[in-house]
Ligand binder design. Structure first.
Ligand code: SAM
Length: 257
């Protein structure tokens, strides 16, 4: 991918106050924020350029990073915050070429991160119980990741079991992960890494306890991530007044023999 914007690229427009607007450069469409601009007029423009809308307001245009993308992703389910996704990918030890299962899919935010991390040689199989959510996720992957021939999206209840065995890594983001541990154990190879995210303390307790009681998992860890942004303006150097104080706990365990 070079720096020139092309048809169907996802881009963010950043205004003078740093606010970001996610758009797609579709043929025959106009980008509307405050004022408008034909999408075609941006094809061939280098990302990192300032462009002027019909209102006279100027915006910086860039392809979105993953962190830009996720808060703006079309969705009906809660997405995993990028601060958690980054840590989940590393503690989950996702590597290029890995075979990974994910469930549920929601809007596909974690799906996109996993597809980027496993690369074209890897394989991702995603389970989602709701057809409408699966449709949104498939659209988000197509729009914001691109073609993914190594991705299978299954509209299935994962509590009925996974079709795959001997996978390297398995990620769960749903309400009762402790109830799926037998299914997870059947799908993961020995040494494989299981990662899940839960938003409340009782879910944390249930899941960790179930993993500790199981003979099929060991090396259980749990933690949360706090990211505190700072404001740096001249002599005023301080944390910003607001932050995401809570998202959830990340639980990691290894499949053992
Ligand atoms: C919080 S969302 C997942 C968000 C996703 N990780 C992301 O980053 O966009 C939880 C998803 O799990 C799905 N789900 C719940 N129970 C399920 C089950 N038994 N089998 C498969 N998917 C399930 C829900 O429909 C929902 O889409």
């Amino acid at each position: 991918m070079d720096e020139k914007l092309r048809e169907n690229d996802a881009v963010i427009f950043v205004d003078q106050r740093g606010r970001k607007y996610l758009k797609i450069l579709r043929r025959g469409t106009r980008i509307t924020i405050r004022g408008e601009l034909p999408s075609e007029s941006l094809w061939g423009v280098s990302e990192g350029s300032w462009v002027t809308f019909s209102s006279g307001e100027r915006f910086l245009v860039l392809r979105p990073t993953y962190a830009d993308l996720v808060p703006n992703l079309p969705r009906q389910a809660q997405v995993i915050y990028p601060k958690d996704t980054g840590v989940m990918l590393l503690w989950g030890d996702v590597f290029p070429g890995a075979t990974v299962i994910e469930g549920g899919v929601g809007a596909g935010a974690l799906t996109i991160a996993l597809l980027r991390a496993i690369g074209p040689q890897g394989r991702l199989i995603s389970y989602e119980i709701r057809e409408d959510f699966a449709t949104i996720a498939a659209k988000n992957v197509a729009n914001f990741f691109g073609p993914a021939p190594n991705w299978s999206l299954k509209v299935k209840d994962l509590f009925e079991g996974f079709d795959e065995t001997a996978v390297d890594r398995l990620f769960l983001d749903l309400a009762e992960p402790w109830k799926a541990l037998d299914q997870v154990a059947n799908a993961l190879r020995p040494g494989g890494v299981f990662v899940c995210l839960v938003p409340t303390a009782l879910q944390l307790k249930e899941t960790v306890q179930a993993l500790q009681d199981s003979r099929e998992f060991d090396a259980v860890e749990c933690f949360e991530t706090l990211m505190r942004p700072w404001s740096v303006r001249g002599l005023s150097v301080r944390p910003v007044h607001r932050m995401v104080a809570h998202s959830g706990w990340i639980i990691v365990a290894r499949r053992v023999v």
